[in-house]
Design a protein around this ligand. Sequence first.
Ligand code: FES
Length: 165
Amino acid sequence: MSERQETLQFSEAALRQVEVIFQRYPADHRDSAVMPLLYLAQREFGGWLSQEALDYVASLVGMAPIRVYEVATFYTMYNLKPVGKYHVQVCTNISCWLCASDDIAKALQNRLRLAFGESSTDGRFTLAEVECLGACVNAPMMQINDDYYENLTPAKVSEIIDRLP
Ligand code: FES
């Protein structure tokens, strides 16, 4: 175990949340809490999950680290490298695609001058293509940090980006 792994630790507030999360599951199935704990770790450790953070979660839930890596690499909601101040996630799944998410994606790429998976050099933006975010009824849509933006058009995308502080 590296020195960083030994020092990586949730805050007291996060540890209280860990206990609340564990109470949702049978005591002998702490591994059931892996997804909410990964999400909590992502929030706690700067918006992304380093290998040290993944190993820390593995130790909390009593899972082999490789099994935690499998979960973290499967879902787009887990960031495996640092993201910018604004994490822009555009859905290109079927409902959004049928409602011209390609145009939204192109507008974002042009406006931010980023390809999917890239971050701006000033650390302000990360652009990601993601699977369905559960807002299909108002497709096409994108998520920026914790906020959803729906019924998008390329013009609306530009306005939204311009309004970000
Ligand atoms: S397909 Fe885009 S939110 Fe569901």
